[in-house]
Design a binder for this molecule. Structure first.
Ligand SMILES: C=CC1=C(C)c2cc3[nH]c(cc4nc(cc5[nH]c(cc1n2)c(C)c5CCC(=O)O)C(CCC(=O)O)=C4C)c(C)c3C=C
Ligand SMILES: [Fe+2]
Ligand SMILES: [Fe+2]
Length: 371
């Protein structure tokens, strides 16, 4: 009796091999509730890329303290930014994938574009499984983090490698490592600033706030700090700013350890106290608005600045679905897709079917080499 060798959905005879892009973001809770936050934070904060404290000790702190108190507090913050469509991070990420697909399609490149979340849903493994089931044999992993860091970019790659480790027939995989100095990305940020300043004029100080990481990761070789500063310098140059016109800060500190400095909120308070009337805050490291920008910056930091005597606080929205950002993503994707076929699938299917007809077909009509 013939053995059923296939442990995964096989390519059916004549099915086209497809090229795909998986946009990967951090993830977000499924609902602004304490139970959803406990699940999300439990997964997020168990990742050794995110918290580099030895496991037994961290497990006790995480389960004994953090997951008992933080979910309720964080849920209240999420509730303040939640939209009828869901969490802003999830809404924007899905929209970016759809717009990137359409932009590539308009350029004559038919590729599958999906999004996945490192924590929460849809997971990286589930999206890779479904891409494979749709015939993807070449997958470009594009993390939505312009600056490389261990907790973000490397953690996405860990999830991809973990999926690959349990997959028999691994598709060709490519990874975008970073694009902190990509001209299109810098242009997209400059376009946001120009649009804002066209109506409001420039501020007394522009604060460029990046998510923080523990300072020791810099000394251990993480390029995040330097890449963030390079993004800031390129944006300033692009805007013709003098070094005194702007400041780079790091936000979202977690725990008691020293993180990258200067910290965003204390800097804003100092600026207000030293007589700076108007600040504009932009968050170039976040490709879409999320809790860290909408709540931490646009609510908490705004209040701290105004409370300390500042007069005007302008928050400049993330790149989200802005056309210049989608064009930048398209260009970044195209650079990394070079050499991979991106024609219409029906043309590939015809070529594949013809090849099989010439070769006499595959046993049982099952084909594991569709190109
Ligand atoms: C515990 C350590 C954390 C590290 C290190 C860290 C790095 C890091 N994070 C982002 C981007 C985002 N973080 C977001 C939320 C968030 N981050 C942490 C902790 C660390 N992040 C926590 C606990 C949370 C959850 C919210 C809370 O309870 O405070 C988000 C927003 C997600 C959303 O749902 O909107 C983003 C985006 C980067 C880029 C980064 C390192 C460079
Ligand atoms: Fe974070
Ligand atoms: Fe540096």
């Amino acid at each position: 009796m013939p053995m059923p060798f296939h442990t995964e959905p096989p390519y059916t005879h004549g099915q086209a091999a497809r090229t795909a892009i998986l946009l990967c973001n951090l993830g977000t809770p499924d609902a602004p509730t304490a139970s959803a936050l406990r699940r999300y934070l439990g997964q997020f904060l168990s990742d050794q890329r995110v918290v580099e404290i030895p496991k037994p000790l961290w497990w006790l702190i995480l389960h004994g303290i953090i997951l008992r108190t933080r979910p309720r507090k964080s849920a209240a913050k999420y509730a303040s930014i939640w939209t009828p469509e869901g969490s802003p991070l999830a809404v924007w990420t899905a929209k970016q994938a759809a717009l990137l697909h359409d932009a590539l399609d308009d350029a004559g490149q038919q590729v599958l574009v999906r999004h996945a979340m490192r924590y929460g849903n849809p997971s990286i493994a589930s999206q890779l499984d479904s891409l494979k089931a749709e015939g993807a044999t070449r997958i470009l992993i594009l993390p939505l983090y312009p600056q490389y860091s261990g907790p973000t970019t490397a953690s996405v790659l860990d999830a991809v490698y973990a999926w690959a480790a349990r997959t028999r027939h691994i598709p060709e995989l490519r990874f975008v490592n970073h694009y902190h100095d990509d001209a299109g990305y810098i242009d997209a940020l400059a376009t946001s600033l120009k649009a804002h300043w066209k109506h409001h004029g420039p501020p007394d100080k522009l604060v460029m706030s990046f998510h923080g990481v523990p300072e020791r990761t810099l000394h251990l070789g993480d390029p995040y700090h330097c890449e963030s500063h390079k993004t800031a310098r390129l944006l300033a140059e692009r805007m013709g700013l003098h070094p005194d016109d702007y400041q780079v800060t790091f936000q979202s500190r977690f725990g008691k350890a020293k993180w990258l400095q200067p910290y965003t909120e204390p800097t804003l308070v100092q600026l207000a106290q030293s007589g700076v009337g108007r600040v504009d805050v932009i968050c170039p490291g976040f490709s879409s608005d999320c809790l860290e920008t909408l709540e931490e910056i646009n609510q908490e930091a705004r209040e701290a600045f105004l409370h300390a005597g500042g007069k005007e606080f302008h928050y400049i929205a993330c790149l989200n679905d802005s056309p210049s950002w989608i064009a930048a993503l398209q260009h970044i994707a195209q650079q990394h897709l070079q050499g991979w076929p991106t024609q219409a699938p029906d043309r590939l299917a015809q070529a594949s079917a013809k090849a099989h007809a010439l070769a006499g077909g595959a046993p049982n009509g099952v084909c594991q080499a569709p190109d």
